[in-house]
Design a binder for this molecule. Structure first.
Ligand SMILES: [Zn+2]
Length: 96
């Protein structure tokens, strides 16, 4: 939704600073970047923990064959990627 004509500067929803080029109930570029950094940090930590847990589980449970190792590697890589992606998306919505 474009900002209505005549509104040149709109307050940021988080810091309250008047910024040009954003709409109501949006964050200014600084707040958005800070939020994205926070979400990315949280996401990579969550992904590392999930990857370690997955690696431990696969070492314990999967058969020690060549195919089992392939599946374990694939699962560990996919776990890191997916958990990081999902956590970052959710954090961007949920973080205060
Ligand atoms: Zn702001």
């Amino acid at each position: 939704m474009p900002s209505p004509a005549g509104w040149r500067e709109v307050p940021c929803i988080e810091c309250g600073k008047f910024v040009e080029g954003i709409n109501f109930v949006e964050r200014c570029p600084e707040c958005l970047e800070r939020r994205q950094r926070k979400a990315a940090r949280l996401a990579s930590r969550a992904a590392i923990v999930a990857t370690i847990l997955t690696a431990a589980w696969t070492l314990w449970q999967l058969p020690h064959t060549a195919l089992g190792r392939w599946y374990a590697g694939l699962g560990i890589g996919a776990t890191y990627f997916l958990v990081r992606l999902i956590t970052r998306r959710v954090a961007m919505e949920v973080l205060p």
